[in-house]
Write a protein that binds this ligand. Structure first.
Ligand SMILES: Cc1cc2nc3c(=O)[nH]c(=O)nc-3n(C[C@H](O)[C@H](O)[C@H](O)COP(=O)(O)OP(=O)(O)OC[C@H]3O[C@@H](n4cnc5c(N)ncnc54)[C@H](O)[C@@H]3O)c2cc1C
Length: 399
């Protein structure tokens, strides 16, 4: 067994941040095993690029704590590595009386999560920040920022290599077994022996766990998040970020407007059941992934609980007009003609067998292993803190 080596499965931002933290904290060589030909090929390379403030999460949860720590670590990392990351702030916009009262709850939650700058504002102040915004009240969250998480991941990979570690692409994890004081890992690029394995395989994390002999308490259900591009006169309607007030029943539904670092404006992401964990075309289908969903009772319990929402999101995704109608409550001047389909990301959403969505990050420890089983948004923002957290676990577990 190769002494001292630590292996991380998955070269997304969570895997890379974890490998970097393990290397620094434990001063041992690391190897990242990534199935694709380059890092950040899945969730990390297909997201909104928002450095989240941590406004929404239950105080004291892993999400709230690691997002707050990770946000500041991400701004520092970007500064140190010359990666653009403006702290541009965002508006969370209420469009009804009921949403205004939820805004008050959100403000309290933001303060409990340490966001000192959060402020409730009225229409005049809202229009001073975003001249085209609709709605009747908003929360201004100055702590929010944006960046390019692909560049961040590449910089993390460079740090790992500079510290003597390896990032092996085209090395797909096949299976692993605990044996004689370590873990024997089989990959498509040969065998790797390690003292500890950390599973950060994102959309495949439940399968990787099973192939390590672990029975994960959740199943990954892929949810596509589609984006529309706002072009023509519509592109000048948004300066930074405009978000709706989230519905507490569907924490990941929140189609927002975002001006990216390159000036492009997108509207999205929605949330539609995906029939392929890694299929980015509009009607991608993997029989294996579709069967895995169909045979999972948790999915049917989830679907039966919210049938109307699922159907509405799907129908809206097929129609530019329906999408424009839905987002006009945030920015009334949006015209359907200015919207064009832009692409999608696929969320690895962990679902319990009883149909509940895993809300918090889920990190499970096993013999010589740590499995990250739910790291959805704000996982990219929180990645450096997740890495630090896992390195602490590893430091306690390793001899
Ligand atoms: C549409 C969308 C929008 C989002 N917006 C934001 C946002 O604005 N801000 C934010 O903070 N977060 C956002 N997120 C969440 C964020 O993208 C994720 O939390 C984060 O990227 C998770 O990183 P990861 O490394 O766990 O997963 P991934 O980036 O998916 O990486 C997992 C890696 O594991 C590899 N892998 C899988 N199986 C194997 C195997 N058998 N062997 C080897 N490698 C394997 C994959 O190829 C992949 O590279 C968004 C997510 C989506 C989908």
């Amino acid at each position: 067994m190769a002494a001292e080596r630590l292996a991380v499965v998955g070269g997304g931002i969570v895997g890379l941040a974890t490998a970097r933290a393990l290397q620094k904290r434990l001063n041992r060589p690391v190897v990242v095993l990534e199935a694709e030909t380059k890092v950040a090929s899945h969730q990390t390379g297909h997201n909104s690029g928002v450095i989240h403030s941590g406004l929404y999460y239950k105080p004291g949860s892993l999400k709230a704590n690691l997002c707050a720590e990770g946000r500041e670590a991400m701004f520092s990392f970007c500064r140190e590595h010359g990666i653009e990351a403006p702290r541009c702030g965002k508006l969370v916009v209420a469009t009804s009386g009921e949403e205004v009262s939820r805004l008050a709850e959100l403000e309290a939650r933001g303060r409990a999560n340490g966001l000192a700058g959060v402020k409730r504002i009225g229409p005049e102040e809202m229009r001073a920040i975003e001249p085209a915004v609709g709605g009747i009240a908003a929360l201004h969250v100055p702590e929010t920022g944006k960046t390019d998480f692909i560049k961040v991941s590449e910089a993390m990979a460079a740090d790992i290599r500079a510290g003597g570690g390896e990032v092996r692409t085209s090395a797909r994890f096949m299976r692993a077994k605990v044996e004689s004081g370590g873990v024997a890992i089989e990959t498509t690029a040969g065998r790797v022996d390690a003292h500890l394995l950390v599973n950060c395989a994102g959309l495949q994390c439940d399968r990787v766990a099973r192939r390590c002999g672990v029975s994960p308490p959740i199943r990954i259900v892929p949810f596509r998040g589609e984006y529309w591009r706002l072009a023509g006169p519509g592109a000048s309607l948004v300066r930074h970020m405009i978000y709706p007030v989230p519905d507490p029943r569907f924490p990941f539904l929140g189609v927002h407007f975002l001006r990216h670092l390159d000036g492009e404006v997108t509207v999205g992401p929605n949330a539609i059941l995906g029939l392929a964990r890694h299929g980015y075309r509009r009607f991608s289908l993997s029989l294996r992934d579709a069967f895995s969903i169909a045979l999972f009772p948790g999915f049917w319990r989830l679907a039966l609980r919210h049938p109307a929402t699922g159907v509405r999101e799907f129908l809206r995704s097929l129609s530019r007009r329906a999408t424009a109608r839905a987002v006009r409550r945030l920015v009334p001047a949006v015209r359907a003609a200015d919207l064009s389909y832009h692409g999608c990301g696929i969320r690895a959403q962990a679902v319990f067998p009883d149909g509940r969505l895993a809300d918090d990050f889920v990190i499970e420890e096993g013999e010589r292993m740590v499995h990250v089983l739910n790291a959805p948004s704000p996982g990219a923002t929180a990645s450096l803190a997740i890495g630090r957290h896992i390195a602490e676990i590893a430091a306690k577990r390793l001899p």
